[in-house]
Ligand binder design. Structure first.
Ligand SMILES: Cc1cc2nc3c(=O)[nH]c(=O)nc-3n(C[C@H](O)[C@H](O)[C@H](O)COP(=O)(O)OP(=O)(O)OC[C@H]3O[C@@H](n4cnc5c(N)ncnc54)[C@H](O)[C@@H]3O)c2cc1C
Length: 499
C-alpha cells in the first residue's frame, strides 16, 4: 500500500466513542486543528452498549465516589439542556427490601443524591406506597413500600454521532473506518500512521489523545518507548431486552442479595431494558452475553415482577466492556467508574505528548473533555478557554426544551406524513428534523419506506451528514429501527447501503 503524507494537525484523537468525539468537539472549538480517527463506525464499541442513563449513579455513593456523583449530577443538568431531543428525565422506583438495605440508609443516600450536585431542575426523591399507586406497576404485591428519585435516559449512540457533527461544525475532521496503527516522535511532534480502505497514510500531530476505550493499552503498545498501558481492567456488562413489563413510564432499580443493582427501564416505547451485569473479562474484542448472565438478570427481575420472564421473552441482548482504571480493587462492581488521565511526554516531560484516557461515563464526557484539554494546555498555551458548558448539540435547540411538544409541532407542520416517521425523525434529529424532512408533503416524497418509521430520505441524511456506511450503522446506531423490523425490511436497508 502506498503511504501518503496528509499534513499536520495539532491534535490527533484516536477513538470515536463518546469521549473521543467530546474531546474533538471541545478542542476544535478552542481553535486546535483536530483530526479524529475511528477504526470502525462512531459509537461502534462501549458507547453504544451502555445502560443509556445520564445519571449520578446512586450506588456509587456506597463506594464513597462523592466527586464522581456530584460532577455527574451537575452534568445531568448541563446535558439535558444541550440535548433535550436525546435526553429525557426518568423516574426510578426502588422497591424497599429491608434485609438488603435499611430504610434510613436509603433515605440518607437519596437526601445526599438530591443535593450533592447543586441546584437541580429534576424533582427531589420521595417515598411511595407501591401497593396502592401506579408506582408499583408490574411488581409482586409483597412490595409495599418504595422510594422514587429522578435521573435521565439517553440515546447513547446518537449522543456520540451528534457530538461528532458538532465537532465537525467547529472545524474538526472526523474520519471513520480509519485505524491508528502506530506513531513515532520526530522533531518535537508525532508522525502517526493511519490505515483506511484506500491504504496507509501518515499525519504529523503535535499531540495524540488515546481514547480507544477497551483498546487504550493496545494503542499505547503500538507506540515505541512508552510505558505499557497495563493499568486497565476490562469488565463486561450485559443487558437483555424484553417486551414491556408494565404500562407506566417509570423505571425500577432492583437490589440483589449480592449488593449489586439492576435497572429495569422502559425503552423504545414497546420494550423493557434490563441490566447490567459486571463480569471481568480477558477477551474484549466482541463481547456477548453468556447464558449465566441472562439467567442472572431474569432471576433478579423475577424476584420482583409479578409476571415471570423466561429466556423465551428475550428479544435482544447486548454487551459492552468498561475500560476501567485498575485501582487494585478485586470486586468488579467497586472498581472506580471515575476517569483517569495519564500523560506521557517523553523523558523530561517536554516532548510531544500522548494523553491516555481510562474509565469514565457517558454522563461525564463533557467534563472529561475539559480535563483532557486542561492537561494539554502546556503544549497549546494559546488555546481558547473552556466553552462547551453553554453550547447546544445539533438539533438540541428545542422550544422550551420540550421534545414531545416539538414532535407535536412537526406533526402540525407535516400533517400528511406518517406519524411514526415524524415522531422518529423529531426525536432523533430535534430541530434538524426540518433539514431531514425539508419540503416533503406526502409519504411518497420520503422515498422508500423501510418500516419502523425509517425512510430513504432519512437514510440519505445519515449517509450524507452522519458518516453512515453500512446497514448496521443505520439500523442499530443512527436509529434502533432494526429492533422493530423483520428480516426482509433489514435486508432492504442493507441493499440500499450496498451491503
Ligand atoms: C454495560 C455498560 C453500561 C454502562 N452504562 C452507562 C450509563 O448508563 N451511563 C453512563 O454515563 N455510562 C455508562 N457506561 C460507561 C460508558 O458507556 C463508557 O464510559 C463510555 O462509553 C466509554 O466511551 P469511550 O469513548 O471511552 O470508549 P468507546 O466507546 O469504547 O470508544 C473507543 C473507540 O475507539 C476505537 N478504537 C480502538 N482502537 C482504535 C484504533 N487503533 N484506531 C482508531 N480507533 C480505535 C473503537 O473502535 C471505539 O469506537 C456503561 C458502560 C458499560 C460497559
Amino acid at each position: 500500500m502506498a503511504t501518503h503524507p496528509t499534513g499536520e494537525v495539532d491534535l490527533l484523537v484516536v477513538g470515536g466513542g463518546i469521549n473521543g468525539v467530546g474531546i474533538a468537539r471541545d478542542a476544535a472549538g478552542r481553535g486546535l486543528a483536530t483530526l479524529l480517527v475511528e477504526r470502525d463506525d462512531l459509537a461502534s464499541a462501549t458507547s453504544q452498549w451502555s445502560t443509556k442513563l445520564i445519571h449520578g449513579g446512586l450506588r456509587y455513593l456506597e463506594h464513597y465516589e462523592f466527586r464522581l456523583v456530584a460532577e455527574s449530577l451537575a452534568e445531568r443538568e448541563v446535558l439535558i439542556a444541550q440535548a433535550p431531543h436525546l435526553i429525557e428525565a426518568l423516574s426510578f422506583v426502588l422497591p424497599h427490601e429491608p434485609h438488603l438495605r435499611p430504610a434510613w440508609m436509603i433515605r440518607a443516600g437519596l437526601l445526599l443524591y438530591d443535593r450533592i450536585g447543586g441546584r437541580m431542575s429534576l424533582p427531589r426523591s420521595f417515598s411511595v406506597d407501591l401497593e396502592r399507586s401506579r408506582w408499583g406497576a408490574g411488581l409482586k404485591p409483597k412490595f409495599r413500600k418504595g422510594f422514587v428519585y429522578a435521573d435521565a435516559r439517553v440515546d447513547d449512540a446518537r449522543l456520540v454521532v451528534l457530538t461528532a457533527v458538532a465537532a465537525r461544525e467547529r472545524g474538526a475532521e472526523v474520519r471513520t473506518r480509519t485505524r491508528f496503527t502506530g506513531a513515532v516522535r520526530e522533531r518535537g511532534a508525532w508522525r502517526a500512521t493511519l490505515r483506511d480502505a484506500a491504504g496507509t497514510r501518515e499525519v504529523r500531530a503535535k499531540a495524540i489523545v488515546n481514547v480507544a476505550g477497551p483498546w487504550v493499552a493496545e494503542v499505547l503498545d503500538t507506540v515505541p518507548h512508552l510505558p505499557t498501558g497495563a493499568s486497565v481492567r476490562h469488565v463486561k456488562g450485559s443487558h437483555i431486552v424484553v417486551p414491556r413489563v408494565h404500562e407506566e413510564a417509570h423505571a425500577y432499580i432492583l437490589q440483589n442479595a449480592d449488593k449489586r443493582i439492576v435497572f429495569v427501564i422502559p425503552w423504545q416505547d414497546r420494550y423493557t431494558l434490563i441490566g447490567t451485569t459486571d463480569v471481568p473479562v480477558d477477551d474484549y474484542e466482541k463481547p456477548a452475553i453468556s447464558p449465566q448472565e441472562t439467567d442472572y438478570l431474569l432471576e433478579l427481575a423475577n424476584a420482583y415482577l409479578a409476571k415471570p420472564l423466561s429466556r423465551a421473552d428475550v428479544v435482544w441482548s447486548f454487551s459492552g466492556v468498561r475500560p476501567l482504571y485498575d485501582d487494585g480493587k478485586s470486586d468488579p462492581s467497586s472498581i472506580t467508574r471515575d476517569y483517569v488521565l495519564k500523560t506521557d511526554a517523553g523523558e523530561g516531560g517536554r516532548d510531544a505528548p500522548v494523553l491516555s484516557i481510562y474509565g469514565g461515563k457517558l454522563t461525564t464526557y463533557r467534563k472529561l473533555a475539559e480535563a483532557a484539554l486542561q492537561a494539554l494546555r502546556p503544549w497549546f498555551p494559546a488555546m481558547k478557554p473552556a466553552w462547551t458548558q453553554g453550547d447546544t448539540l445539533p438539533g438540541g435547540d428545542l422550544p422550551q426544551r420540550d421534545r414531545d411538544a416539538w414532535v407535536a409541532e412537526l406533526a402540525r407542520r407535516y400533517p400528511r406524513l406518517p406519524e411514526d416517521v415524524v415522531r422518529g425523525i423529531g426525536r432523533r434529529h430535534g430541530t434538524r428534523a426540518l433539514e431531514v424532512l425539508g419540503d416533503a408533503k406526502t409519504a411518497s416524497d420520503l422515498g422508500a419506506d423501510y418500516g419502523a418509521g425509517l425512510t430513504e430520505r432519512e437514510v440519505d441524511h445519515f449517509v450524507r451528514n452522519e458518516w453512515a456506511a453500512s446497514a448496521e450503522d443505520v439500523l442499530w446506531r443512527r436509529t434502533k429501527c432494526g429492533l422493530r423490523m423483520d428480516e426482509r425490511q433489514r435486508a432492504a436497508v442493507a441493499a440500499r447501503m450496498g451491503a
